[in-house]
Design a protein around this ligand. Structure first.
Ligand code: HEM
Length: 502
């Protein structure tokens, strides 16, 4: 063999061996997917056309689940495959399995903002340590002190909404989302960004831009590739937004770190501030003080976690609260019962001092919130990636399979929720805990939502305040929401209700 033929063989091997492994892996994945029904596809694109727009995707997966069952194979382009799953037994297996912790590939588009924070990291030791450090930051003793923050932010919300009194069609989401951002900033970092009172808040604008770019990259065929994204306008917008967001978080961390070090050095810790009020321990304080097995978080890791809270903790609660207000506007009987419960707790007082215990007493409102989260789950689909072969019911799910956990699908299954389209909070009075994986707005298992209790408390606080102050009615002219699962569930034409001061 001559030297040139040897080089040719070597080159062919370098090219062919990875191709061989790629196609063998792909073949295993394709074989696995043969076990599941799939909706009609077109050549090359498969079912990719269903992903063209959010509303179309939302409608298609609902129809497919009704027509083809609780485990549906969808093909995206020539080589992509996903399993759309809303089967009870499978979800229980998937969500409780300690070997299936990796998030879907698209979560990497969040990394420029939140790095490898709790929501994006693919399980493993880093996730475990961070989860152990972060979980105590959501202890009820800490949540208890947030009630005042919820109160003061919702007081501003009430002031703003009062100006809309008599308006028969208000997009409530625009108001609630600003309030939710104020709340998360103050509870996560202890600072007031006051976006409710600052029309052109750069911080608010940057958060919105980063959420938009995340969505744009998950749905674009081209922007998903870094080498193409670098040449787009969104890349420049992202750079500027990150300067604002990271700059802000870093400066807050640095001043809190200094404060903590001074306190430790001087030993002059006081739990009251200069005005004699009890100091609040916010998430950032917990993260700075925390250490597990002698390991603490670096400033960069803390920055990632605080930014993760900023991303995961405001749009979700804003969406949930807005859709719940919409449901209450449409269902006068439920709204009246919520008000009745409020009156039982607070009497006729319009501006009582609300306590953590008061919020715990709102049992009917709790069921109303659960029903809203069932019908309009803020995270109606979320992803899991199989990163090592696992066995399910005697069959191997091969490494590389991507799964879409379709929580909205199981929430709309009449086996668990008769007449599922109906908004009926009373169904939660009779649920006996027999089917915990049929109610998964916060996911379930080890990677469930760490902010679940915080979210329920905040939503309760906002709703109770609004219902005590306003009477809600269906918007006029009639408003049909166009639902789209973006980074959270959104209504593309707003969440409109009529509003009147009580
Ligand atoms: C109604 C409000 C909320 C809903 C419906 C919700 C829903 C979810 C869901 C479905 C997941 C799992 C996602 C997945 O596996 O891909 C999740 C994870 C997470 N959520 Fe929430 N969430 C809410 C509020 C919050 C709040 C207020 C915070 C923080 C303050 C938060 C922080 C997180 C974090 C850090 C994770 C990742 C946990 C981990 O992987 O260990 N969430 N959330």
């Amino acid at each position: 063999m001559t030297a040139s033929t040897e080089i040719l063989f070597a080159l062919a091997a370098i090219l062919l061996i990875p191709l061989y492994y790629y196609f063998t892996k792909l073949r295993r994945i394709e074989k696995f997917f043969e076990n599941f029904p799939n909706p009609p596809m077109v050549p090359i694109l498969g079912n990719a056309r269903d992903f063209r727009s959010g509303p179309e995707f939302f409608k298609s997966i609902y129809e497919y689940t009704r027509k083809y069952g609780k485990m549906v194979h969808m093909k995206i382009g020539p080589v992509g495959h996903v399993l759309l799953a809303s089967d009870y037994k499978f979800l229980e297996f998937l969500l409780t399995n300690n070997n299936i912790m990796a998030k879907s590939t698209d979560m990497k588009f969040l990394e420029p903002w939140v790095g490898k924070g709790l929501a994006t990291v693919s399980g493993g030791p880093k996730w475990k340590i961070h989860r152990r450090i972060i979980t105590p930051a959501f202890h009820f003793k800490i949540l208890e002190q947030f009630v005042d923050i919820f109160e003061s932010a919702s007081n501003i919300l009430v002031q703003k909404l009062s100006k809309e009194s008599g308006n028969k069609s208000v997009d409530i989401y625009l108001y609630v989302t600003r309030c939710a951002l104020d709340v998360i900033c103050e509870t996560a970092m202890g600072t007031k960004v006051d976006v409710q009172n600052t029309e052109a808040s750069l911080y608010f604008h940057s958060v919105r831009e980063m959420c938009r770019i995340f969505l744009a990259r998950t749905t674009s065929v081209l922007k998903r590739y870094d080498f193409i994204f670098r040449f787009t306008k969104d890349y420049e917008i992202q750079k500027k937004s990150l300067e604002v967001l990271h700059g802000y978080t870093k400066s807050v961390i640095s001043s809190k770190r200094k404060e903590l070090e001074e306190t430790r050095k001087n030993g002059n810790y006081s739990d009251v501030d200069d005005l004699g009020r009890k100091k609040k321990k916010v998430f950032l304080d917990s993260l700075l003080e925390a250490a597990v097995d002698g390991q603490s978080l670096s400033d960069e890791e803390i920055r990632e976690e605080v930014d993760t809270f900023m991303f995961g903790g405001h749009d979700t609660t804003a969406t949930a609260t807005s859709f719940l207000l919409y449901c209450l506007a449409q269902n006068k009987d439920v709204q009246d019962k919520v008000l009745e419960e409020q009156n039982q707790i607070f009497g006729e007082e319009k501006c009582p001092k609300v306590t953590y215990t008061n919020l715990q007493e709102m049992k009917y409102l709790e069921n109303v919130i659960k029903e809203g989260l069932r019908l309009y789950s803020p995270v109606p689909v979320f992803g899991r990636r199989i990163d090592q072969d696992v066995e399910y019911e005697g069959k191997i799910i091969p490494k590389g399979v991507e799964i879409l956990v379709y929580s909205h699908g199981i929430h709309m299954n009449p086996e668990y929720y008769p007449n599922p389209e109906k908004f009926d909070p009373s169904r939660f009075e009779n649920i006996d805990g027999k089917y915990p994986f049929a109610f998964i707005p916060f996911s379930a298992g080890p990677r469930n939502c760490v902010g679940q209790k915080y979210a329920m408390l905040e939503i309760k606080s906002l709703l109770s305040k609004i219902i005590r102050n306003f009477e809600l009615s269906p918007a006029y002219p009639r408003h049909e929401m166009i639902l789209s699962p973006e980074n959270v569930l959104k209504s593309l034409n707003g969440v409109r209700v009529g509003i009147k001061c009580r």
